[in-house]
Design a protein around this ligand. Structure first.
Ligand code: HEM
Length: 297
Protein backbone atom coordinates (compact mmCIF):
# COMPACT_ATOMS: atom_id res chain seq x y z
CA UNK A 1 0.00 0.00 0.00
CA UNK A 2 2.79 2.45 0.91
CA UNK A 3 4.48 1.52 -2.36
CA UNK A 4 1.40 2.00 -4.52
CA UNK A 5 0.56 5.31 -2.85
CA UNK A 6 4.16 6.55 -3.22
CA UNK A 7 4.30 5.44 -6.87
CA UNK A 8 1.03 7.24 -7.58
CA UNK A 9 2.40 10.48 -6.13
CA UNK A 10 5.74 10.10 -7.91
CA UNK A 11 4.68 9.08 -11.42
CA UNK A 12 0.89 8.49 -11.40
CA UNK A 13 1.36 4.72 -11.19
CA UNK A 14 -1.81 2.73 -11.68
CA UNK A 15 -1.49 -0.85 -10.31
CA UNK A 16 -4.53 -1.97 -12.36
CA UNK A 17 -2.67 -1.16 -15.57
CA UNK A 18 0.67 -2.64 -14.55
CA UNK A 19 1.58 -6.14 -15.75
CA UNK A 20 4.32 -6.43 -13.08
CA UNK A 21 4.15 -7.20 -9.37
CA UNK A 22 5.89 -3.97 -8.37
CA UNK A 23 5.76 -4.65 -4.61
CA UNK A 24 7.46 -8.03 -5.11
CA UNK A 25 10.22 -6.38 -7.19
CA UNK A 26 10.98 -3.87 -4.45
CA UNK A 27 10.78 -6.45 -1.65
CA UNK A 28 13.27 -8.70 -3.50
CA UNK A 29 15.53 -5.71 -4.09
CA UNK A 30 15.37 -4.74 -0.42
CA UNK A 31 16.14 -8.29 0.79
CA UNK A 32 19.26 -8.45 -1.37
CA UNK A 33 20.79 -5.22 -0.12
CA UNK A 34 22.46 -6.89 2.87
CA UNK A 35 22.95 -10.34 1.32
CA UNK A 36 26.16 -12.15 0.40
CA UNK A 37 27.12 -10.68 -3.01
CA UNK A 38 27.10 -13.92 -5.02
CA UNK A 39 25.44 -13.30 -8.36
CA UNK A 40 24.30 -16.79 -9.38
CA UNK A 41 20.69 -17.92 -10.00
CA UNK A 42 18.89 -18.91 -6.79
CA UNK A 43 20.72 -16.45 -4.51
CA UNK A 44 19.03 -13.49 -2.79
CA UNK A 45 21.63 -11.19 -4.37
CA UNK A 46 20.85 -12.47 -7.88
CA UNK A 47 17.12 -11.87 -7.32
CA UNK A 48 17.91 -8.39 -6.01
CA UNK A 49 19.88 -7.43 -9.15
CA UNK A 50 17.27 -8.98 -11.46
CA UNK A 51 14.40 -7.12 -9.81
CA UNK A 52 16.32 -3.86 -9.69
CA UNK A 53 16.79 -4.16 -13.48
CA UNK A 54 13.07 -4.88 -13.95
CA UNK A 55 12.11 -1.87 -11.82
CA UNK A 56 14.54 0.41 -13.66
CA UNK A 57 13.13 -0.78 -17.02
CA UNK A 58 9.65 0.02 -15.76
CA UNK A 59 10.78 3.55 -14.77
CA UNK A 60 12.51 3.98 -18.18
CA UNK A 61 9.24 3.10 -19.92
CA UNK A 62 7.39 5.72 -17.86
CA UNK A 63 10.03 8.36 -18.76
CA UNK A 64 9.84 7.41 -22.48
CA UNK A 65 6.05 7.62 -22.41
CA UNK A 66 6.21 11.10 -20.85
CA UNK A 67 8.75 12.33 -23.39
CA UNK A 68 6.54 11.08 -26.21
CA UNK A 69 3.64 13.33 -25.13
CA UNK A 70 5.14 16.49 -23.57
CA UNK A 71 1.85 18.40 -23.86
CA UNK A 72 0.14 16.13 -21.31
CA UNK A 73 0.14 17.18 -17.62
CA UNK A 74 0.13 14.66 -14.81
CA UNK A 75 0.39 16.75 -11.67
CA UNK A 76 2.90 14.41 -10.01
CA UNK A 77 6.56 14.56 -8.93
CA UNK A 78 7.85 13.38 -12.33
CA UNK A 79 5.98 16.25 -13.98
CA UNK A 80 7.89 18.71 -11.75
CA UNK A 81 11.18 16.93 -12.41
CA UNK A 82 10.65 17.34 -16.18
CA UNK A 83 10.10 21.07 -15.64
CA UNK A 84 13.30 21.25 -13.55
CA UNK A 85 15.30 19.65 -16.38
CA UNK A 86 15.34 23.08 -18.04
CA UNK A 87 17.39 24.52 -15.19
CA UNK A 88 19.13 21.59 -13.44
CA UNK A 89 21.95 20.02 -15.48
CA UNK A 90 22.20 16.84 -13.36
CA UNK A 91 18.62 15.88 -14.33
CA UNK A 92 19.39 13.94 -17.52
CA UNK A 93 17.05 11.52 -19.25
CA UNK A 94 19.37 8.65 -18.26
CA UNK A 95 19.31 9.72 -14.61
CA UNK A 96 15.51 10.02 -14.27
CA UNK A 97 14.71 6.27 -13.97
CA UNK A 98 17.37 5.98 -11.23
CA UNK A 99 15.95 9.01 -9.41
CA UNK A 100 12.39 7.64 -9.52
CA UNK A 101 13.58 4.18 -8.49
CA UNK A 102 15.54 5.61 -5.53
CA UNK A 103 12.72 7.84 -4.34
CA UNK A 104 10.17 5.07 -4.55
CA UNK A 105 12.39 2.58 -2.75
CA UNK A 106 13.37 4.97 0.02
CA UNK A 107 9.77 6.04 0.65
CA UNK A 108 8.22 2.59 0.60
CA UNK A 109 10.80 0.70 2.63
CA UNK A 110 11.05 3.20 5.50
CA UNK A 111 7.32 3.82 5.87
CA UNK A 112 6.40 0.11 5.62
CA UNK A 113 8.83 -0.83 8.39
CA UNK A 114 7.68 1.99 10.63
CA UNK A 115 4.06 0.91 10.15
CA UNK A 116 4.83 -2.75 10.79
CA UNK A 117 6.59 -1.82 14.01
CA UNK A 118 3.67 0.39 15.05
CA UNK A 119 1.23 -2.53 14.55
CA UNK A 120 3.35 -4.63 16.91
CA UNK A 121 3.94 -1.95 19.56
CA UNK A 122 0.33 -0.75 19.62
CA UNK A 123 -1.03 -4.29 20.02
CA UNK A 124 1.45 -4.90 22.86
CA UNK A 125 0.49 -1.62 24.60
CA UNK A 126 -3.31 -1.45 24.86
CA UNK A 127 -3.30 1.83 26.85
CA UNK A 128 -1.48 3.58 24.02
CA UNK A 129 -3.89 2.12 21.47
CA UNK A 130 -6.84 3.24 23.59
CA UNK A 131 -5.55 6.84 23.80
CA UNK A 132 -4.75 6.87 20.07
CA UNK A 133 -8.23 5.56 19.19
CA UNK A 134 -9.84 8.16 21.50
CA UNK A 135 -8.04 11.00 19.68
CA UNK A 136 -9.28 9.78 16.30
CA UNK A 137 -12.82 9.04 17.49
CA UNK A 138 -12.98 12.66 18.74
CA UNK A 139 -11.92 13.89 15.28
CA UNK A 140 -14.61 11.70 13.68
CA UNK A 141 -17.31 12.97 16.08
CA UNK A 142 -16.52 16.59 15.20
CA UNK A 143 -16.76 15.95 11.45
CA UNK A 144 -19.92 17.02 9.62
CA UNK A 145 -19.37 14.30 7.05
CA UNK A 146 -17.52 11.24 8.40
CA UNK A 147 -16.57 10.17 4.87
CA UNK A 148 -14.82 13.45 4.03
CA UNK A 149 -11.02 13.51 3.76
CA UNK A 150 -8.85 14.54 6.69
CA UNK A 151 -8.21 18.28 6.71
CA UNK A 152 -4.94 20.03 7.55
CA UNK A 153 -6.52 21.38 10.78
CA UNK A 154 -7.53 17.85 11.79
CA UNK A 155 -3.99 16.64 11.12
CA UNK A 156 -2.60 19.49 13.21
CA UNK A 157 -4.92 18.51 16.09
CA UNK A 158 -3.45 14.96 16.26
CA UNK A 159 -1.14 15.73 19.17
CA UNK A 160 -1.07 12.25 20.66
CA UNK A 161 -0.77 10.61 17.22
CA UNK A 162 2.39 12.63 16.52
CA UNK A 163 3.75 11.51 19.90
CA UNK A 164 3.00 7.89 18.92
CA UNK A 165 4.86 8.43 15.63
CA UNK A 166 7.86 9.95 17.47
CA UNK A 167 7.91 7.13 20.00
CA UNK A 168 7.73 4.47 17.27
CA UNK A 169 10.58 6.15 15.36
CA UNK A 170 12.59 6.56 18.58
CA UNK A 171 12.41 2.85 19.44
CA UNK A 172 12.67 1.63 15.88
CA UNK A 173 14.56 4.12 13.76
CA UNK A 174 14.54 2.30 10.42
CA UNK A 175 18.03 3.45 9.59
CA UNK A 176 20.76 2.87 12.20
CA UNK A 177 21.99 6.43 11.68
CA UNK A 178 23.47 8.61 8.99
CA UNK A 179 26.75 8.97 7.13
CA UNK A 180 29.04 11.95 6.72
CA UNK A 181 32.65 12.58 5.64
CA UNK A 182 35.10 14.60 7.74
CA UNK A 183 36.15 17.61 5.64
CA UNK A 184 38.93 18.47 8.10
CA UNK A 185 40.49 16.85 11.19
CA UNK A 186 37.90 16.71 13.98
CA UNK A 187 38.80 16.44 17.68
CA UNK A 188 36.37 14.39 19.80
CA UNK A 189 37.12 13.62 23.48
CA UNK A 190 40.89 13.49 22.87
CA UNK A 191 40.62 11.44 19.66
CA UNK A 192 41.20 12.77 16.15
CA UNK A 193 38.96 11.83 13.24
CA UNK A 194 41.26 12.52 10.26
CA UNK A 195 40.04 14.56 7.30
CA UNK A 196 38.55 12.35 4.59
CA UNK A 197 37.34 9.62 6.95
CA UNK A 198 33.75 8.40 6.74
CA UNK A 199 31.70 8.91 9.90
CA UNK A 200 28.55 7.10 10.90
CA UNK A 201 26.44 8.86 13.54
CA UNK A 202 24.53 6.01 15.22
CA UNK A 203 21.45 7.99 16.14
CA UNK A 204 19.40 4.84 16.82
CA UNK A 205 21.62 4.27 19.89
CA UNK A 206 21.34 7.93 20.95
CA UNK A 207 17.58 7.48 20.99
CA UNK A 208 17.93 4.75 23.62
CA UNK A 209 20.09 6.82 25.99
CA UNK A 210 18.54 6.43 29.50
CA UNK A 211 19.88 9.87 30.54
CA UNK A 212 17.59 11.49 27.98
CA UNK A 213 14.77 8.98 27.64
CA UNK A 214 13.84 7.44 31.02
CA UNK A 215 13.17 3.70 30.75
CA UNK A 216 14.31 3.86 27.12
CA UNK A 217 12.88 0.47 26.13
CA UNK A 218 9.35 1.34 27.29
CA UNK A 219 6.87 2.36 24.57
CA UNK A 220 5.67 5.54 26.19
CA UNK A 221 4.36 8.24 23.78
CA UNK A 222 3.38 10.43 26.77
CA UNK A 223 7.09 11.11 27.44
CA UNK A 224 7.11 13.56 24.48
CA UNK A 225 4.94 16.13 26.26
CA UNK A 226 7.69 16.68 28.87
CA UNK A 227 10.73 16.70 26.57
CA UNK A 228 12.05 20.15 25.72
CA UNK A 229 12.63 21.07 22.09
CA UNK A 230 16.43 21.54 22.47
CA UNK A 231 16.68 18.05 24.03
CA UNK A 232 14.62 16.58 21.19
CA UNK A 233 16.64 18.26 18.44
CA UNK A 234 19.96 16.96 19.84
CA UNK A 235 18.83 13.45 20.77
CA UNK A 236 16.13 12.41 18.32
CA UNK A 237 17.15 12.23 14.66
CA UNK A 238 15.23 9.45 12.90
CA UNK A 239 15.28 11.56 9.72
CA UNK A 240 18.94 12.53 9.98
CA UNK A 241 20.14 16.06 10.50
CA UNK A 242 21.43 19.28 8.98
CA UNK A 243 21.25 20.13 5.29
CA UNK A 244 21.19 16.46 4.25
CA UNK A 245 18.24 15.44 6.38
CA UNK A 246 15.42 13.35 4.96
CA UNK A 247 13.43 15.05 2.20
CA UNK A 248 10.37 12.95 3.03
CA UNK A 249 10.05 13.56 6.79
CA UNK A 250 6.88 15.67 6.65
CA UNK A 251 5.32 13.45 3.98
CA UNK A 252 6.05 10.44 6.23
CA UNK A 253 4.46 12.04 9.30
CA UNK A 254 1.30 12.97 7.37
CA UNK A 255 1.14 9.53 5.77
CA UNK A 256 1.54 7.73 9.11
CA UNK A 257 -1.00 9.96 10.91
CA UNK A 258 -3.58 9.46 8.14
CA UNK A 259 -2.95 5.73 8.13
CA UNK A 260 -3.46 5.56 11.92
CA UNK A 261 -6.71 7.52 11.57
CA UNK A 262 -8.16 4.98 9.15
CA UNK A 263 -6.69 2.03 11.04
CA UNK A 264 -7.88 2.73 14.58
CA UNK A 265 -11.32 4.02 13.59
CA UNK A 266 -12.09 1.05 11.33
CA UNK A 267 -10.03 -1.97 12.30
CA UNK A 268 -8.78 -4.07 15.21
CA UNK A 269 -5.91 -6.53 15.10
CA UNK A 270 -3.98 -9.05 17.17
CA UNK A 271 -0.40 -10.19 16.82
CA UNK A 272 -0.26 -13.86 15.79
CA UNK A 273 3.43 -14.76 15.58
CA UNK A 274 6.92 -13.42 14.93
CA UNK A 275 7.78 -9.79 15.42
CA UNK A 276 11.27 -10.23 16.94
CA UNK A 277 13.06 -7.05 15.95
CA UNK A 278 16.66 -7.28 14.70
CA UNK A 279 19.08 -4.88 13.03
CA UNK A 280 20.93 -6.08 9.92
CA UNK A 281 21.79 -3.06 10.16
CA UNK A 282 18.42 -1.90 8.79
CA UNK A 283 15.46 -2.71 11.05
CA UNK A 284 13.89 -6.10 10.29
CA UNK A 285 11.77 -8.86 11.88
CA UNK A 286 13.83 -12.03 12.42
CA UNK A 287 11.07 -14.51 11.48
CA UNK A 288 8.56 -12.19 9.89
CA UNK A 289 5.50 -10.85 11.68
CA UNK A 290 1.92 -12.06 11.31
CA UNK A 291 -1.19 -10.29 12.53
CA UNK A 292 -4.92 -10.99 12.29
CA UNK A 293 -6.85 -7.90 11.29
CA UNK A 294 -10.63 -7.47 11.16
CA UNK A 295 -13.15 -4.69 10.56
CA UNK A 296 -14.65 -3.14 13.71
CA UNK A 297 -18.31 -4.09 14.21
C1 HEM B 1 9.60 6.74 8.28
C2 HEM B 1 10.06 7.20 7.15
C3 HEM B 1 11.46 7.66 6.85
C4 HEM B 1 12.60 7.63 7.61
C5 HEM B 1 12.77 7.09 9.04
C6 HEM B 1 13.66 8.23 6.81
C7 HEM B 1 14.98 8.39 7.25
C8 HEM B 1 15.97 9.00 6.50
C9 HEM B 1 17.32 9.20 6.95
C10 HEM B 1 17.89 8.76 8.31
C11 HEM B 1 17.99 9.83 5.96
C12 HEM B 1 19.48 10.27 5.98
C13 HEM B 1 19.51 11.75 6.39
C14 HEM B 1 20.87 12.33 6.67
O1 HEM B 1 21.87 11.87 6.10
O2 HEM B 1 20.94 13.27 7.51
C15 HEM B 1 17.06 10.04 4.85
C16 HEM B 1 17.38 10.68 3.67
C17 HEM B 1 16.50 10.86 2.64
N1 HEM B 1 15.17 10.50 2.61
FE1 HEM B 1 14.14 9.62 4.12
N2 HEM B 1 13.15 8.59 5.60
C18 HEM B 1 11.81 8.28 5.57
C19 HEM B 1 10.93 8.49 4.53
C20 HEM B 1 11.24 9.09 3.33
C21 HEM B 1 10.30 9.33 2.27
C22 HEM B 1 8.83 8.97 2.32
C23 HEM B 1 10.99 9.94 1.25
C24 HEM B 1 10.54 10.41 -0.11
C25 HEM B 1 9.33 10.57 -0.49
C26 HEM B 1 12.36 10.10 1.70
C27 HEM B 1 13.35 10.70 0.96
C28 HEM B 1 14.64 10.88 1.40
C29 HEM B 1 15.68 11.51 0.58
C30 HEM B 1 15.52 12.08 -0.85
C31 HEM B 1 16.85 11.51 1.37
C32 HEM B 1 18.23 12.03 0.98
C33 HEM B 1 18.37 13.47 1.44
C34 HEM B 1 19.74 14.07 1.03
O3 HEM B 1 20.73 13.33 0.98
O4 HEM B 1 19.78 15.27 0.78
N3 HEM B 1 12.47 9.56 2.96
N4 HEM B 1 15.83 9.53 5.22
Amino acid sequence: MALEFGAKELFSYDPEKSSQDTSKMFINFSQGLMSFPMNIPGTTYHKCLKDQKKALNMMSDVVKERRASPEKHWDDVLDDVFKDMNTEKFLTVEFLPHLMFGLLFISFDSISWTLALAFKLLAENPLVLEALSAEHETILKKKENVDSSITWEEYKSMTFTLQVINETLRLGSVSPGFLRRAREDIQVNGYTIPAGWGIMAVTSALQLNPNTFKEPLAYNPWRWKDLESHVISKNFMPFGGGLKQCAGSEYSRVFLATFFHVLVTNYRWTNIEGGDVVRTPILKFRNGFRIKISKKG
